[in-house]
Ligand binder design. Sequence first.
Ligand SMILES: Nc1nc2c(ncn2[C@@H]2O[C@H](COP(=O)(O)OP(=O)(O)O)[C@@H](O)[C@H]2O)c(=O)[nH]1
Ligand SMILES: [Mg+2]
Length: 322
Amino acid sequence: MSNAGNSDLTTKKNTRCDIAVVVPAFNEAESLPELIDRIDAAITGMGKTWEAWIIDDGSTDNTFAVVEELATARPQVHGLSFGRNFGKAAALAAGFEAVSADLVITMDADLQDDPAEIPAFAKLIDEGYDLVSGWKQDRKDSFIKNKTSKVFNWFTSRMCGLYLHDFNCGLKAYRRVVTQNVQLYGDMHRYVPALAHLDGFKVTEMPVKHFARKYGQTKYGMARFINGFLDLLTVYFLHARHTSPLHFFGRIGLVSFTAGGGISGWFLLRWALGYGMHVRPILVLGLILIVVALQFISLGLIAELIVAGRRPEESYRIARRV
Ligand SMILES: Nc1nc2c(ncn2[C@@H]2O[C@H](COP(=O)(O)OP(=O)(O)O)[C@@H](O)[C@H]2O)c(=O)[nH]1
Ligand SMILES: [Mg+2]
């Protein structure tokens, strides 16, 4: 992830420490002091050093003033602030760009996740996983959110071949190689485990405790369902990223072309045998299928052009080095 234009904000790195915690915060002023206390207690208790990066995403309350106070009081705390709201994925991306530790934890600012779980996450990363995603087994959110999220998780699992109960838990642990490689924008934070899995990283999940919101309110309304669904399509098509897009679109095109060609050919044959040609619905269907086939094949070819213009190092991900 290169972000040269912003690097002056993020090059002021801590001396390398063990664990980095990235906290996206949008109007979460009340929760932050308690959150930082609990992160400190959890990681210091492991005998490890830490840094926290709080990303204020254009909050309209005094979130950043609180971050400044926390950063003054503790050398481990760092803050970044966007001039306007760019979304949770952008906030996480900014945090990922800034961290120096090899183990990266992401955590919501709203105290719905428990920092005391960090040691268990760290243990799974030590055991060789690249990404460990929290699973809110007993979720303390609204009925509608819980149900729709079940449907999402089911679809996402099937579409990307990674079977998790809960893709969108704020609490996750990553080896830094994952946070350096995953491309986050829009609302794609929901699908980080899916993206990492498609990039060949080892992903697992771990049950976590979940708490009702103590302060403030949820930032996501109905738009999350629509955006979430559209992003799932993107994730699905990103499958093609490390392979050939023409293989994907071309297959659909060939099936359509075979069906359309078959139908049209049959009518042509009848015409040649002197049966006459009448416009019939099935004939129209045959022609439409041929046009659709050409559309899909052209789409595949255009996608090939885009992929071909990419730098070679974008076509693979290295998970480990010795
Ligand atoms: N950076 C950023 N963080 C956000 C935004 N919306 C929510 N968050 C943060 O993401 C976390 C989860 O948000 P929340 O509203 O609690 O979502 P919920 O738990 O799914 O209802 C919290 O730490 C929020 O402060 C946003 O637009 N930008
Ligand atoms: Mg929340």
